[in-house]
Design a protein around this ligand. Structure first.
Ligand code: PLP
Length: 355
């Protein structure tokens, strides 16, 4: 593991250099343009995304895209907490995407690149206008390092270390385009901002945040772990390699889904299928006849069997999603393990059916 600078002030030279190194490696590995700022901020992805929403929204109309629970969470923030005027929520059920063509170029747009709880992702950013007047806010938590992000189309991008990097949770990464910085410097939101959301001082961006001078005390243990994860990504060949690993994992699982008669991908449109948080629905007619509570109980039996056998942990669908399975196929997973998993899934389904 990278040398964890524990028990030190994060403002001392060595810890500060480590935080700056983490920012530089993130930029290099993700191919973030030099003109974009990258900051390490409090409270994981949620902290990063909400500090951007609270600091920047309200000056333009807003379109929120919501097709699973995290997008719905940002929609709740926009409508019920921030109570934004002229805010549209473009929603779609689990497994589908809303009509991306509905997004207004003059509006700020809020969306998750990869919907972790439904396994539906945007296929690209072609639906975002290059000459848009609004800003795009992209929650890339389960997309970063596994899917290609189109930086030119993205103004605010956030993610956390515990997903595709396989790191310890703690801090959010907040990436800002020059236009996002312009917004921060030119707009004073009509609401109080807690200290951990404040990115400007006297109308100017607090540049220190984007050099590793964090707003408050970071976990240097989590920082060392994140550097370790980035080290590993660098060693295996960078972004191309992590994307290829996720793709291979997804393919191995989907090939099994395609030849198995009791299960389908929750997402019908192949171009919208996630290669990280792959969500599956059970299509067996006997399962389909059960009510939702009985379906959830069935999935629980399956996941308990898999857990007890040590074959898979935590692969039940998210609590807000339709009953089913969710298999993490991110880069830290070995394709051979996905291949080993699939017979266990068949076994758990057959055993839960007869128990
Ligand atoms: C798409 C998405 N957004 C937000 C979050 C919340 O992230 P955090 O727990 O890092 O705040 C998650 C967590 O899984 C996520 O997948």
């Amino acid at each position: 593991m990278a040398h964890a600078l524990l028990g030190r002030s994060h403002r001392a030279a060595e810890p500060k250099a480590q935080l700056a190194d983490l920012i530089a490696r993130t930029r290099r590995l993700l191919g973030v343009p030099e003109t974009y700022r990258i900051g390490i901020v409090p409270a994981s992805d949620t902290g990063a995304f909400e500090m951007a929403m609270w600091s920047m929204l309200g000056v333009r109309p807003v379109d929120v895209l919501a097709w699973e629970s995290f997008g719905q969470g940002w929609a709740t923030d926009a409508t019920k907490q921030l109570e934004l005027d002229d805010c549209r929520v473009l929603a779609a059920p689990y497994g589908e995407l809303p009509d991306l063509g509905e997004v207004r170029p003059e509006a700020d747009v809020i969306f998750t690149w990869n919907g972790t709880t439904s396994g539906a992702r945007v296929p690209d950013a072609d639906w975002i206008a290059a000459d848009r007047q609004g800003l795009t806010f992209c929650d890339a938590t389960s997309a970063a390092f596994s899917q290609r992000l189109d930086w030119e189309k993205l103004d605010v991008v956030t993610f956390s270390w515990q997903k595709a990097m396989g790191g310890e949770a703690a801090h959010g990464m907040l990436i800002l385009s020059p236009r996002a910085v312009e917004r921060l410097e030119g707009y004073v939101p009509p609401r109080p901002l807690p200290k951990i959301f404040r990115m400007t001082k006297g109308g100017k961006l607090n540049e220190g945040i984007f050099r590793g001078e964090t707003i408050n005390t970071p976990s240097m243990l989590a920082v060392a772990d994140a550097i370790d994860a980035l080290d590993w990504i660098e060693r295996i060949g960078g972004l191309e390699a992590t994307i290829a690993r996720s793709e291979a994992n997804f393919r191995a699982l989907q090939e099994w889904v395609d030849r198995t008669d009791w299960v389908e991908n929750l997402v019908t449109e192949p171009a919208h299928r996630s290669n990280t948080s792959v969500c599956l629905r059970i299509t067996d007619p006997d399962f389909a006849r059960l009510d939702e509570a009985a379906q959830r109980a069935f999935v629980k039996r399956m996941t308990a069997l898999l857990d007890e056998a040590g074959a898979a942990h935590d692969i039940g669908a998210h609590r807000d999603a339709p009953p089913g399975l969710r298999v993490w196929c991110g880069a830290t997973v070995e394709t051979a393990d996905i291949e080993r998993l699939t017979p266990w899934l068949d076994w758990a389904f057959a055993t839960a059916t007869t128990s």
